[in-house]
Structure formats: C-alpha cells, structure tokens
Design a protein around this ligand. Structure first.
Ligand SMILES: *Cc1c(COP(=O)(O)O)cnc(C)c1O
Length: 377
C-alpha cells in the first residue's frame, strides 16, 4: 500500500460488528472479562483502548514501524520516551530542539540525573565529539524551529550504530508523509500530533513509533506505568486528521513555494529560511531524505518594529504559537517562542528581532500573498 492509500485504508478501518465505516469512539474505561484473567484483548483503557489502538496501528504503518503509541501531548510522548533511560545516562541532543524539549531536559530530567549535551547536529563531527561513555541516545529534530536547520539522518544512524546508541527523531515538522526516519535508520520516531497530524488546531496529542518488538514492549510498559495516554475522542480526531494528511501536506507545499517565491522578490526581506531553497544550509540533505519541504518559512524584515507592524496588519495569518494547521499562523520567535533565550544567544543563533515565522495553511495562495504584500507596505 502506498502512503496515500494507507492513510485511508491502513490500520484498523471501521467496525466489523456494525459495518460502521469510521472507527467508533470507545468511550469506556473498563471491559467485561469472560472469566478471571480471560479478556477479549482489552481490560482497562490506560493499558489499551480500541479507538486509541486503531490510531496507534495506523501511525505505526505510516512510519513503517513495529508499533505505535499515543499520548496526551507531544511533551507526554517525549517524556515517556525519556523514561527509557536511567539516572547517570547521557543523551546528545540537537541544540535548537523545540523549547519544551529543552525545558524538559534542562529543568526536569536533570533532577533525575539524566545528562545531556546540546550540539549543532547539522555537523556530524560535533555529534560524535559529544558522545561520552554514558551516552545512550542521539535525540534529533530535523528540520528545526525557527531556522529550519537540517540534520543528516543517515549519518546520525551510522554514528548511533557505531556507538551502540538509540537514534530518536522528532518528526513533527516533516510528518511521515515527507520523511520516514525509521527507514533511514532511526529506532524511535515521535510527533507532536497537535501540529500537522491533527492539522486543525483542535487537539493536543503526541505519538511514538518504534522499530523493534523489544522497544515496543518497553514503551508500552512505560505508557501503561506512567499513564500519559490519549483519550478516545482525541484519538478519533487524529485518525480523522490522518485521512487528509497527504492532501493537506501537498496543498501546504504548493502554497509555501509560492509564498517563498514572493518573499524572494520582496526588497524588504533580507533573508529567508526554507529547506527547499538551493542556498539553504543542508538543502541537499533535505532533498535526499525528504519528499517535501513542509510549510514552515522564517524570514527577516529588518527590525522588531517592522515585524510587529506586519503581524498587526495581516488578515489571513493568525497571530499564534503552534503550527501545522489548515489556517496560516504567524509569529515573531524573538518575542514569543524564543523570548526566554537571552538576546545575545538569540543573535548568535540568527533569531533576530525582525525574524517572522510563518506556518502556511491551505488557503488560496494568492490571498495569502496579497495579504503579506499589503502588510509589508
Ligand atoms: C509542539 C512541539 C512539541 C510539543 O508538543 P505538544 O503537543 O505541544 O506537547 C514537540 N516537538 C516539536 C517539534 C513541536 O513543534
């Protein structure tokens, strides 16, 4: 089955009992047992729920993995994966990971003595140099936010294999439609399904897919022990989102390319970050490991004042955090998502005050371009 067909016919479709074409929402906590210890596959909904199970099956198929797991948020998914490690272990992480992943590592997991080193993972030599005798995993995000930095996943898989490490990839920005990290050698792939997979700004959720039965058993043990599971209603919403993931990603890709072309011609825009541009750092790696470049663009309009003016004047871009929805979203990372990073460090990273980040939606591209044009005048 090809990806687009999998999104419709993959996993568990409908309901055999009634012929319902959509998977029912099993709003249930416990299940009648036919005898003591003799259940029909489900005993308690933290351990397993049929609606959640259907979602977990389809995401595992989309990522070409052995098993999938659904959690109450992207951060719950990431936290549960981190529970695979012991105190004293060490992980090497992409330096500009999602802010919540940074906070979890530096302000929560540090208290349990999980060591970490942040490196620019677009440079494999820096990743290798950060590995210590306690290192157990590489934790990679590609592309990153807001500068869309690219890490070579095949190179990361080589390094992981050589050093006996797990390779964990946050695939939120690319989605399984454009990038399949397990096929490139990763062991665990995770998502904030709040973003493109849900796709409609109406659900907070996280997903994990693993590439082996051994990891599947471990992650399920943690999922059941920690209990940060996704409820049946939200599981159903994600399955509904997945059915149009391919269509949405293609529409977003097309709109994004048109907006990038417009920005390239605009005299006010000094720099554009978009992995589809030939001069974007890592463009060739992105071309090799992904089938599309996604809907995130960052661009510099020169100053904080100008950036704020643009955000005030746009009509079709909603000023909001988050990304990956049908509606276009706009933000200023220096003032919003990355405000807690000191100004000097932000400047080093290239997150200037005039940098605008856009998550392109599926509106008419001409309307989006006209809107940006009038806002930048
Ligand atoms: C949003 C996001 C997360 C966190 O997910 P939540 O669903 O908000 O908990 C993790 N990684 C990336 C790349 C994200 O964009």
């Amino acid at each position: 089955m090809r990806a687009k067909t999998k999104m419709i016919h993959g996993g568990i479709t409908g309901d055999d009992k009634t012929g319902a074409v959509s998977v029912p929402i099993y709003q249930v906590s416990t299940y009648k047992q036919d005898g003591v210890g003799n259940h029909r596959g489900f005993e308690y909904s933290r351990t397993g729920n049929p609606t959640r199970h259907a979602l977990e099956t389809v995401i595992a198929e989309l990522e070409n993995g052995k098993a999938g797991f659904a959690f109450g948020s992207g951060m719950a998914a990431i936290t549960s994966v981190m529970m695979l490690f012991n105190s004293g272990d060490h992980i090497v992480m992409t330096d500009d990971v999602y802010g919540g992943s940074y906070r979890l590592t530096t302000s929560v997991l540090n208290r349990f003595e999980l060591g970490h080193t942040f490196v620019d993972s677009s440079d494999p030599e820096k990743v290798e140099a950060a590995i210590t005798e306690n290192t157990k995993a590489l934790y990679i995000e590609t592309p990153t936010n807001p500068l869309l930095k690219i890490t070579d996943l095949k190179k990361m898989a080589e390094i992981a294999k050589k050093n006996d490490l797990l390779l964990i990839v946050d695939n939120t920005f690319a989605t399984p439609y454009w990038q399949q990290p397990l096929d490139l050698g990763a062991d665990i792939v995770l998502h904030s399904a709040t973003k493109y997979i849900g796709g409609h700004s109406d659900v907070v959720a996280g997903l994990v897919v693993v590439n082996s039965d051994e990891l599947a058993e471990k992650v399920h043990f943690i999922q059941n022990s920690v209990g940060a599971v996704l409820g049946p209603q939200d599981s159903w919403l994600l399955m509904r989102g997945i059915k149009t993931l391919a269509l949405r990603m293609e529409a977003i890709e097309e709109n994004t390319k048109k907006i990038v072309a417009f920005l390239q011609e605009h005299k006010q825009v000094s720099i554009i970050y978009y992995p589809g541009l030939k001069d974007h750092p890592g463009h060739e790696v992105a071309e090799e490991q992904t089938n599309g470049h996604g809907g995130m663009i960052s661009f510099d309009v020169g100053s904080a004042e100008q950036a704020e003016k643009v955000l005030e004047r746009v009509n079709y871009f909603t000023l909001a955090e988050s990304l990956g929805a049908v509606e276009s979203l706009i933000s200023v990372p220096a003032k919003m998502t990355h405000a807690s990073i000191p100004a000097e460090r932000r400047a080093e990273l290239g997150i200037t005050d005039g940098l605008i980040r856009v998550s392109v939606g599926i509106e008419d591209a001409e309307d989006l371009i006209e809107d940006l044009k009038q806002a930048m005048e």
